[in-house]
Structure formats: structure tokens, C-alpha cells
Write a protein that binds this ligand. Structure first.
Ligand SMILES: Cc1cc2nc3c(=O)[nH]c(=O)nc-3n(C[C@H](O)[C@H](O)[C@H](O)COP(=O)(O)O)c2cc1C
Length: 309
């Protein structure tokens, strides 16, 4: 009998995941909703819906529209707020031995710090993932994630109040993602997640109106995958901390593609809307892919792309 493939990956700051397949924030609720379809323990981790200091109702509908090979969403960061998350969601997740990464968002540094402080020392949180794709209310509404200075400020502020492994999630809606990545790494991020959604718009031409109530939304799914892969490739060459890649993963070759360009782990997002159990299925398929390709340890694939000279 052949030895089993090692799927464990090291995401820095002492965090070892049982395998490199996580579910992406906003596409897997708080994990518990998916229990009928997935044994949560089998996943590398669950990144929960973005959590803010206080509950939020999100945007008015319509908030979702299907697009060619993808989906446009403008949910508006609906969530239960950090207190209810700690009281109602975290204990059952902990009982199930799930690896839980808490995605955090806010409209200024104080919001990120408040959520990080509230979660500090709470058992069952494996890491924080900062979603910096929010307008900064204190500074004229620009997206925090578009400014290296603002990214560094938020990252450093959270670093000061939290001992948890700290991931910073990058928006791809910038001209130089490498500059943003470097700012986050220099400010103390332990790992970087990329990418968030791309800005998109769909128009109902009969009514001559935008389909989404928010006018624009975030594009996800296979339509964005080549752009996301390129972003991971570029960032991997510029920073030394581990990367978690995502954008349009629907099958095992997509996972291997992200690993080869330098991701140590991946997140599956929109694909869970089509098949709620897909992330767990892909864990098994990744092990089988490695076995078929003579790969004993999945870490051998990370950054193993060969660039022709
Ligand atoms: C409906 C929906 C809600 C999302 N909510 C969040 C969120 O709360 N925080 C966040 O960082 N990313 C959020 N995202 C972005 C995803 O986590 C992921 O970065 C993106 O969808 C790309 O991966 P995919 O193509 O596999 O879906 C959301 C995506 C979708 C489709």
C-alpha cells in the first residue's frame, strides 16, 4: 500500500492546517448552515462571513445576479456582529473541531481593532482575516485596501492588540497589488489572502437600469480566475509570507494552479453556491491528484511553477 499523501500546510505564526482547502468568506455563512453537506472537520478551514463590531442588515435587494462564468454580488456585508458571533456561532463551531478563520471588516481602524479585541483569547478562533475592501468613513470614503498607507495602518493596529495569526485580504481593484501586499507584510501580516471580488456591473437593457440595487457589485467565479492567478503569481515574487489564493476555483486543477504560482492554501467561494459540499470533495480529489502525480507532500507544489527561459 502506498503511503498517504501529506496535505498539511503551514500558514505561518504556528498555524498548521490539516489540508490547504478552505471555504471563502461570504460564501459559506458561518459554516454551520453547511453541515448537512460537509463534515466541517474535513476542511482545511472555514473563513466565516465578514464580522463587524455591530450587526448589519446589508444592502437592499436585488443583491445577486448571475453572469457568464461568474456572479455579481452586493450583499453589503450583512452579519450578526461580533458579540452574537462569539455567543451563538463560535461555541458550536468549536464543538465540531472546525478550524475557524474570522473575516473582519470595518469602516475605519477602530472597527477592525474593536473586533480583534473582542475575539482575543476566545477559544476556537484559528486566525483573523482582515477584509480591507471597505470605504473608510473617517477619510472621505476611499477604500482602505487601495492605499498602502491605510493598509499598513490597519494591519499594524490590529497586530498590536491581537496575538492571533493575522491574514490580510487584498482587493484586486488596484493598479499595483504588489505594493499593497508589501505594505501589509511590512506592517506585520502573517499571511495574505487574495483576491477579493472585481468591481462589475450588469444592466437590464429593457428597463435601462442597473440590475443590482447597489448599481455595481463584486464579480466572482471562474470568470476572474486567470486574473486571480496572475495576482498570486506577482505577489508571491514580492513577499516572503504565505499566500492563500482564491478566485473561481471549481475543480482540483484550479487548486493546483494556485499552488504552483505560490499559494500555500486556497479558498473555494462561489462554487459552493452550485454544490454546497464541493470544498470537502476537492480535499479528497487533491489527495488523489497528488498520488497520481507522484507528489507525497502537497507543499512540494507551492511555487513549483517552471518559467521557460
Ligand atoms: C456572496 C459573496 C459574499 C462575499 N462576502 C465576503 C465577505 O464578507 N468578506 C470578504 O472578505 N470576501 C467576501 N466575498 C469574496 C469571496 O470571499 C472571494 O474572495 C471571492 O468571491 C473570489 O472567490 P470565488 O471566485 O471562489 O468566489 C464574498 C463573495 C461572494 C460571492
Amino acid at each position: 500500500m502506498s503511503t498517504p499523501v501529506n496535505l498539511e500546510v503551514d500558514l505561518g505564526a504556528g498555524l498548521i492546517l490539516r489540508n490547504p482547502v478552505l471555504t471563502a468568506s461570504g460564501t459559506f455563512g458561518y459554516g454551520l448552515e453547511f453541515e448537512p453537506f460537509v463534515d466541517l472537520r474535513r476542511l482545511g478551514g472555514i473563513v466565516v462571513k465578514g464580522i463587524s463590531p455591530r450587526p448589519r442588515a446589508g444592502n437592499p435587494p436585488p443583491r445577486l445576479v448571475e453572469t457568464p462564468s461568474g456572479m455579481l454580488n452586493a450583499i453589503g456585508l450583512q452579519n450578526v456582529g461580533v458579540e452574537r458571533f462569539i455567543d451563538d456561532k463560535l461555541p458550536p463551531l468549536r464543538e465540531r473541531d472546525a478550524t475557524v478563520v474570522v473575516n473582519v471588516f470595518g469602516q475605519g481602524t477602530e472597527d477592525y481593532v474593536a473586533v480583534a479585541e473582542a475575539l482575543d483569547g476566545k477559544p476556537g478562533v484559528a486566525a483573523l482575516e482582515l477584509n480591507l475592501s471597505c470605504p473608510n468613513v473617517a477619510h472621505g470614503g476611499f477604500l482602505i485596501g487601495k492605499s498602502p498607507k491605510a493598509v499598513a495602518e490597519v494591519t499594524a493596529a490590529v497586530r498590536r492588540v491581537s496575538r492571533l495569526p493575522l491574514w490580510v485580504k487584498l482587493t484586486p481593484n488596484v493598479s499595483e497589488i504588489v505594493d499593497i501586499a508589501a505594505a501589509a507584510a511590512d506592517a506585520g501580516a502573517d499571511a495574505l489572502s487574495l483576491v477579493n471580488t472585481y468591481v462589475g456591473m450588469v444592466v437590464d437593457v429593457e428597463r435601462r437600469r442597473p440590475v443590482l440595487a447597489n448599481l455595481t457589485g463584486g464579480l466572482s467565479g471562474p470568470a476572474i480566475r486567470p486574473m486571480a492567478v496572475a495576482a498570486v503569481y506577482q505577489v508571491a515574487r514580492a513577499v516572503k509570507i504565505p499566500l492563500i489564493g482564491m478566485g473561481g476555483i471549481v475543480c482540483v486543477r484550479d487548486i493546483v494552479e494556485f499552488l504552483l504560482v505560490g499559494a500555500s492554501a486556497v479558498q473555494v467561494g462561489t462554487a459552493s453556491f452550485n454544490e454546497p459540499g464541493i470544498a470537502a470533495r476537492l480535499v479528497d480529489e487533491l489527495a488523489a491528484w497528488c498520488r497520481d502525480h507522484g507528489v507525497d507532500d502537497v507543499r512540494e507544489l507551492v511555487g513549483a511553477i517552471e518559467i521557460p527561459r
